[in-house]
Design a protein around this ligand. Structure first.
Ligand code: CS2
Ligand code: MG
Length: 411
């Protein structure tokens, strides 16, 4: 179609509050599309993949041919899958959907089949170094409007644990921004036995305080063996969790068979998965309940829609990853998909910092515990170059773990 030829594509790297990589595509008619390509702690790898290998391939293409461009970038690369490739493809995919929806004069969700609900239930993040601090944190999240809450806790005997806000950090709230601005990754410690002994009691205290109805989520963050995960899932059953997330590292899909054999606690997995193939056994054998991938890390709206549609055949729902290292562009794209798909479960929502919001102007709304992508044509986000110019990239790394005997462990 005349005018929708891609005239330019820029890779924008900035660090308003944290590092982000954004792709901006423009057509001959001057229609702009944005895509998020942020891969926490490896941002420049995706920026280079886009700048050096993908942008030259986009110029002159018809922006409307989203599926063809997806297949061209996936199959044409020969080297498929993986976080860097799939974040790059995701950024192109979302930018093209943004353009197509703008040309159509519609919010993206309308192109995805329209709204299947009035809003998107989102969960917040509570944490504490001890139970009283945790209970206060849950109340604070409720005061911000959250009606479902992820609970993370410190563990006696472990110095620093994933997801606890009050722990020392060079990058703001530690639970929101675990990637520390430093030349090298920080080493943290881990002790699974101490964790397994401590966590059930914490959930008992939370249920005693807030009652049975409040949806509670917990992220084991890839740290348990299958039998340890089975034990934790079983121990948490009395507290009726909405989900237990990433209970084991996801590479071995068979691992969840053992977990499933021992517990009915709902399982969420997939934030580090990058393609539908990572889910094949898990979905086919009904080994989990919520798809955790994000638009940004699983190849875009085109690919994540396929994963969710496949999962729907098995009554598995969406539970998209939404931390602050997914930019407002990636978040907005996820909300359009959340609003449209039938098998929606829940959306993660970590609010971005004021510095981030200054660069990424968003139109999505938050009210009564629900997000809505808004009615602007496209995905509803614009990028402020002048604001971004004040926030140059700064090297930052996610921490890594060592056990007490020095063995490297999943972080
Ligand atoms: C986490 C993330 O939000 C979550 O569920 O697993 O915060 C994760 O640690 C970060 O996205 C890593 O970059
Ligand atoms: Mg997680």
């Amino acid at each position: 179609m005349a005018g929708t030829t891609i005239r330019s594509a820029e890779v924008l790297v900035a660090s308003p509050g944290r590092n982000f990589v954004t792709l901006r595509v423009m057509t001959e008619d001057g229609v702009v599309g944005l895509g998020d390509a942020t891969l926490n702690g490896r941002e420049l790898a995706v920026a280079s993949y886009l700048t050096d290998h993908v942008v030259p391939l986009l110029l002159g293409r018809d922006a409307h041919r989203i599926e063809d461009t997806w297949q061209f970038l996936y199959r044409g690369a020969y080297w498929r899958r993986g976080p860097v490739t799939m974040a790059a493809i995701a950024a192109v995919d979302v930018a093209l959907w943004d353009i197509k929806a703008k040309v159509a004069g519609l919010p993206l969700y309308q192109l995805l089949g329209g709204a299947s609900r009035t809003g998107v239930m989102a969960y917040g993040h509570a944490s504490g170094r001890d139970v009283p601090e945790l209970l206060d944190s849950i109340r604070a999240q409720q005061a911000e409007g959250f009606r479902s809450i992820r609970v993370q806790t410190s563990v006696p005997g472990i110095d620093k644990v994933y997801g606890v806000a009050a722990q020392p950090s060079t990058s703001g709230r530690y639970d929101y921004e675990p990637a520390q601005r430093a030349p090298l990754p920080a080493e943290e410690d881990w002790d699974t036995s101490a964790y397994l002994r401590h966590v059930p009691g914490v959930f008992e205290a939370v249920r005693n305080e807030f009652g049975p109805a409040l949806p509670l989520l917990h992220d084991a963050h890839h740290r348990l063996t299958p039998i340890q995960a089975a034990r934790l899932g079983r121990a948490l059953e009395p507290y009726d969790l909405f989900w237990l997330e990433d209970c084991t590292p996801g590479e071995n899909q068979d691992a969840l068979r053992l977990v499933r054999q021992h517990t009915t606690t709902p399982l969420a997995i997939g934030e580090v998965f990058t393609t539908v193939w990572d889910y094949q056994t898990l979905v086919r054998e009904q080994l989990f309940d919520y798809v955790r991938s994000s638009v940004t890390h699983a190849g875009g709206v085109t690919a994540l829609r396929r994963i969710v549609d496949y999962a729907a055949q098995y009554q598995i729902k969406s539970g998209f990853h939404g931390p602050t290292d997914i930019s407002p562009v990636g978040m907005a794209a996820a909300l359009h998909l959340d609003l449209a798909v039938h098998n929606f479960g829940i959306q993660e929502y970590m609010q971005h910092s004021a510095a981030t919001d200054e660069v990424f102007r968003q139109t999505f709304t938050w009210a009564d515990g629900h997000l809505h992508p808004g009615e602007e044509p496209g995905i509803g986000v614009t990028y402020d170059d002048d604001a971004a110019a004040h926030h140059p990239y700064q090297a930052a790394y996610l921490p890594f773990n060592r056990l007490k005997d020095g063995t490297v462990h999943d972080w």
